[in-house]
Design a protein around this ligand. Structure first.
Ligand SMILES: [Zn+2]
Length: 318
C-alpha cells in the first residue's frame, strides 16, 4: 500500500513522490547500471512493475516505458509503479539482437536468474529479487527484434496456479491487444513472476528496429487501460476489446547456417504443413523448408537473409 516507501537499491520515494535514478549493483564484479523511475502514488493501491528492454533493440516497448516513466504523476495515482525502461542496458548500447553482450545469453531465458551464474544470470537474479518481486502485477514490454517482423500480441503464462493464471489472462484482456497467446516455456520474466504468484503479461508490438507511433501506442494505451482496470488512475474501466485466444505458440528454428527466404507476411492465416519459407545454401540448394507446425496466424517471422543454426525462423499462434 502507498503509505510504504517505494525502494529499489539506493533509490527511494515516499508517498506522493516520484524519483528517477540509476541504481547500480555488481555483476561479475563490475557495476551494472539500471535506470528506473519510482512513482509512489498519493493514494493506496497495488504495486505495478513495468519493464522494457529485456531485449535491448525492441524499441517500441522501450519508447513506451520511457513515456510512462516520464509522464506518470504520483498525484491521482492509487498505488505504486516501478518503471525500468531498459533492463538490458548493455544490449541496448550495443544494439544487440536477442542477447546480453555480457555473456551472449538471452535474458528472457534465464529468469529468475542465478546469483552465482554468468553475467546475464546475475543481472536477472538481482532484477527479479529487487524489482519484479515487489509487484502485485507485472508487465514486461517486448516486440520483434531488429530482424523480426511481428504482429502485436500479448503472452500470458500458464503456471498451473489457476487463480494467478486467471488474473494474468484478465490483465491480457484489459491491455487490449487483439491476439492473446498462452505460454508454458520456463525462463521468461513472466514465467518466473507467475511461478511465485504474481499475475504477469508480456506484450509484443513493433519490430525490425522500427517504432511507429501506432506501435508505441499499443504499449502505452495498454498500460493506461490496465491501470484503469486496476483502479490505479482515474477513468472508467476500459471498454472490452475483441480478442482471439491462441493456446499454442509454435516456433520453428533453423537447422542450418545459410540464407533465409521468408514466403509469408505476419498476420497471415496459415495451415499445418504450409511452407512459410526456406533456407538455401550459396548455390541455391534448399537446405530446409520451414513448414507451419499448425493451423493459425503468423505472429512473427524473421526478415534477415543471414541465418544461423538454431535461430528462430517464425512463430505461429494456433
Ligand atoms: Zn523480446
Amino acid at each position: 500500500m502507498s503509505d510504504r516507501r517505494l525502494e529499489v537499491g539506493e533509490l527511494s520515494a515516499g508517498r506522493g513522490e516520484k524519483r528517477y535514478g540509476v541504481v547500480e549493483f555488481p555483476v561479475q564484479g563490475q557495476p551494472y547500471r539500471l535506470p528506473l523511475w519510482l512513482i509512489n502514488g498519493e493514494e493506496a493501491g497495488p504495486t505495478l512493475v513495468v519493464t522494457g528492454g529485456v531485449h535491448g533493440s525492441e524499441y517500441a516497448s522501450i519508447a513506451a516505458a520511457l513515456n510512462l516513466g516520464r509522464s506518470l504523476d504520483p498525484k491521482g495515482l492509487s498505488g505504486r509503479v516501478i518503471v525500468v525502461p531498459v533492463v538490458n542496458l548493455p544490449g541496448f548500447a550495443a544494439r544487440s539482437i536477442y542477447v546480453c553482450p555480457l555473456d551472449g545469453k538471452n535474458p528472457n531465458r534465464v529468469f529468475p536468474g542465478d546469483a552465482g551464474g554468468t553475467g546475464t544470470e546475475q543481472m536477472a537474479d538481482w532484477v527479479f529479487r529487487n524489482v519484479i518481486s515487489q509487484a502485485d502485477y507485472f508487465v514486461d514490454l517486448h516486440g520483434g527484434d531488429l530482424i523480426e517482423a511481428l504482429m502485436p500480441f500479448t503472452i500470458f503464462f500458464r503456471s498451473g496456479n489457476v487463480e494467478v493464471d486467471e488474473r494474468s489472462l484478465e490483465m491480457a484482456k484489459a491491455f487490449g491487444i487483439h491476439y492473446l497467446v498462452s505460454s508454458v516455456n520456463p525462463g521468461s520474466t513472466i514465467a518466473a513472476a507467475s511461478s511465485v504468484g504474481i499475475p504477469a503479461i508480456l506484450t509484443e508490438s513493433g519490430g525490425q528496429g522500427i517504432w511507429t507511433a501506432e506501435q508505441v501506442a499499443d504499449h502505452t494505451n495498454g498500460l493506461h487501460r490496465l491501470m484503469r482496470y486496476l483502479e490505479m488512475i482515474p477513468g472508467s474501466a476500459p471498454e472490452a476489446a475483441s480478442f482471439t485466444l491462441l493456446e499454442q505458440f509454435l516456433w520453428a528454428r533453423s537447422e542450418h547456417e545459410g540464407f533465409w527466404y521468408p514466403q509469408v507476411a505476419v498476420g497471415e492465416a496459415v495451415y499445418a504443413g504450409q511452407e512459410l519459407g526456406c533456407i538455401k545454401d550459396w548455390e541455391g540448394n534448399v537446405l530446409q523448408t520451414g513448414l507451419s507446425p499448425g493451423e493459425g496466424t503468423v505472429l512473427f517471422i524473421v526478415s534477415s537473409l543471414a541465418i544461423h543454426e538454431n535461430d528462430p525462423l517464425f512463430a505461429v499462434g494456433a
